[in-house]
Structure formats: structure tokens, C-alpha cells
Design a protein around this ligand. Structure first.
Ligand code: A3P
Length: 280
């Protein structure tokens, strides 16, 4: 149980990221045309990754997360000759410095943390790579304290929001994707400098629907050494509900109040958080 997780830089990691790899991340060589797909777990990473893969006509490699595996990971990434889309759940302060020096494009995906807490609770219960949790109230406490894998949601968002206004950074909201996916896909393709037709956009939206992805994943036999989320080895577990507002089925009024107190305290100066508060 306890062997599944450990702490590094004050953040909880699973043993699917070796400490040696985390230590050697600073030495990583980013390339100008790398695209980083950044998210806190359960924000819709698999969904956005699917969309990105359909977007490019040319050959691109969707790699496993930079923090996944052992030190050999960095060499594997180095050996890829084509353009790389690199997912990561790393805190902004742990990003290998060359990504910023080379001004690589960064897409940061964000989702209402109440829905993330619920999604992550189920993931903890079912995912063999995570320790077990006894109850929802206990998990929510851990989530608010940041005592979960990848650390505090609040700190994660804040660490990336510092770079929000840089030209090479795009913030996307899961809720916007649910509301109007074609608009988001258009925005992403413009940001990445990819030319695609309206017909292709519709095709991408169809292929990346929750139902399609869930069905396809159940059919595929998946290679667990290839994943877009360091926590995922059983891809089937990812496609649970895919809805906005499921938190309302779990939070008691008191838990909601507790959540909002922490949220307001931690996110007092966050522009991104305002969007979440007013819109969702
Ligand atoms: P739920 O647990 O609320 O259903 P990640 O990919 O970062 O691990 O995020 C997983 C969450 O995204 C899950 O949320 C999952 O259902 C949802 N998701 C995955 N694919 C989706 C899709 N095509 N459309 C909407 N939501 C999707």
C-alpha cells in the first residue's frame, strides 16, 4: 500500500515515477517544436490528447508523460525524431527549464476542482496504482490539504497560472469543451498553427466524444507502458461519467462550504479561478 507513493519536493508521486527520473528532469533537452499538454489529474487529459492526435496531418508523437517511468525516459524522448506532444502533471516549478528557454507551446487544461475531487475519489478507489481511501469525506479532506497524488490542485493551478499571459501558453477549460467543442478545437488549431477544415473539426469532435472514446477503449487492448497520464495503466477506468457538475451528487452543504473557504483563501488572486466561479 504505502509502497505505491512517496514524496518528492513536498509533492506526492506514485512509484510509477522514479525519484531518479524526477531528479534528472532538470537535464532534459526540450525542442522548439515540442508541445506540452499540462493538466492536474482528472481534468480531461485523455480527451484533449485524443483531439490533439487527430489535429495533425503530419506525423507527431504523443509521448508518455515526461515524469513516467525511470531515468531511461529522457533518452527515449531524445530518440524520437518527429514532433513531440508531451503530456505532464508536473507542478509548474518542476518543469525542465529548457521548455521555457525554448518558448515551447504549452496547453494547460483546467477543470472545476469540485468535479476533479469526485473524479479522483473514484480513481483512488479503482486504480491499482493508487492507495485505497476509506470514504468520500476523508478523501475530500485529503484533497483540500493537497495530500493526494500530484499535490494540491490549488498550488498546481497557481504554479502554471504565473505563465498564463505568455504568448506560447493557452489555457483551456474542460467545461468549455463540454459546452462547445468545435470552438475549442478551432482555438487549439489556431494556437498550434495547424490549418484544418470545418469538416475535419466536426470529424474530430465526433471521434473524441465520451461514448466513442469509452467504447473504443473497451475494445482496444492497451499497452500500459504507453499512457498520457502517469497514474493510468488501465485506460478503461478513465471513462467514468464525463459530466459537468457531478460534484452536486457528492458534496453536502457543509462540505461545499468548507471547499469554498479553502478555494477563496487559496485562489484569492487567481484570474483563472474567477472564470470557474462565475461560469460553473
Ligand atoms: P469523470 O471521472 O468525472 O467522469 P483525465 O483524462 O485527466 O484522467 O480525466 C478523466 C476525466 O475526464 C473523467 O471524468 C472522464 O470521464 C473525463 N473524460 C474522458 N474523456 C472524455 C470525453 N471524451 N468527454 C468528456 N469527458 C471525458
Amino acid at each position: 500500500e504505502e509502497d505505491l507513493i512517496y514524496r518528492f519536493n513536498g509533492i506526492t508521486f506514485t512509484t510509477r515515477s522514479s525519484p531518479e527520473l524526477l531528479k534528472s528532469l532538470v537535464t532534459f533537452n526540450a525542442r522548439e517544436d515540442d508541445v506540452l499538454l499540462v493538466s492536474y489529474p482528472k481534468s480531461g487529459t485523455h480527451w484533449l490528447a485524443e483531439i490533439l492526435m487527430h489535429l495533425y496531418a503530419s506525423r507527431v508523437a504523443l509521448t508518455s508523460p515526461i515524469e513516467f517511468g525511470d531515468v531511461s525516459r529522457l533518452d527515449q524522448l531524445n530518440c524520437l525524431s518527429c514532433k513531440r506532444i508531451i503530456p505532464t502533471h508536473l507542478d509548474g516549478n518542476m518543469l525542465p527549464p529548457t521548455f521555457r528557454l525554448k518558448k515551447c507551446k504549452v496547453i494547460y487544461l483546467i477543470r472545476n476542482p469540485k468535479d476533479i475531487a469526485v473524479s479522483m475519489y473514484h480513481y483512488y478507489k479503482e486504480n491499482p496504482n493508487l492507495p485505497t481511501v476509506d470514504s468520500w469525506p476523508r478523501f475530500l479532506e485529503m484533497f483540500l490539504k493537497g495530500d493526494v497524488v500530484c499535490g494540491s490542485w490549488f498550488d498546481h493551478v497557481l504554479s502554471w497560472e504565473k505563465h498564463k499571459n505568455e504568448k506560447n501558453t493557452l489555457f483551456l477549460f474542460y467545461e468549455d469543451m463540454k459546452k462547445d467543442l468545435p470552438t475549442v478545437v478551432r482555438k487549439v488549431s489556431a494556437f498550434l498553427g495547424v490549418n484544418i477544415s470545418e469538416g475535419k473539426i466536426n470529424e474530430i469532435c465526433e471521434k473524441s466524444s465520451f461514448t466513442k472514446m469509452k467504447i473504443n477503449t473497451a475494445r482496444e487492448s492497451h499497452d500500459p507502458s504507453r499512457t498520457v497520464c502517469v497514474l493510468t495503466s488501465v485506460r478503461k477506468l478513465v471513462f467514468r461519467k464525463g459530466a459537468v457538475g457531478d460534484w452536486k451528487n457528492y458534496f453536502t452543504p457543509k462540505q461545499n462550504q468548507m471547499f469554498e473557504e479553502t478555494f477563496n483563501k487559496k485562489m484569492a488572486f487567481s484570474e483563472v479561478a474567477k472564470h470557474l466561479v462565475y461560469e460553473y
